[in-house]
Design a binder for this molecule. Structure first.
Ligand SMILES: [Zn+2]
Ligand SMILES: [Zn+2]
Length: 133
């Protein structure tokens, strides 16, 4: 079996997205990469079939941290919660290809962006997601 493997500790709550850097796979010339939904482990680019890291890989899922006095994550600047999973008490592991930021313009987790918009936090990507739905 060949293909890119989704880390086993990656959250299953959000759709995993893959990317391909092959210029021939870009949807628009101004894009820097082609992004696609990944439905199963051991995936490759659905367009060119490549599974050669790092040209093809799993997009890092970046969660949004929201300041919350009762949040389960304690940082130097106070307590935070992960917007899409308010009970989650850890950020990233070495292997899960997830990250977290308190900057709404960097987060790309669809669950977090939707939660942020609902609580009145404007995010560039969240606004785009809302416009689509
Ligand atoms: Zn490709
Ligand atoms: Zn999230």
């Amino acid at each position: 079996m060949t293909g890119i493997v989704i880390p086993s500790d990656r959250t299953t709550a959000q759709q995993p997205m893959g990317y391909c850097l092959n210029p021939a796979c870009r949807e628009r010339s101004e894009d820097s990469r082609f992004e696609f939904a990944v439905d199963h482990d051991r995936f490759c680019c659905p367009k060119c079939g490549s599974h050669d890291a790092p040209g093809v890989g799993l997009l890092v899922l970046t969660h949004l941290l929201i300041r919350d006095p009762h949040g389960p994550i304690k940082g130097e600047l106070g307590r935070f919660k992960v917007a899409c999973d308010t009970r989650r008490a850890y950020l990233a592991t070495f292997t899960n290809l997830e990250a977290a930021t308190a900057d709404p313009s960097i987060a790309n987790c669809p669950g977090c962006l939707a939660a942020a918009e609902k609580s009145g936090i404007r995010t560039p990507q969240g606004a785009a997601l809302l416009a689509k739905s």
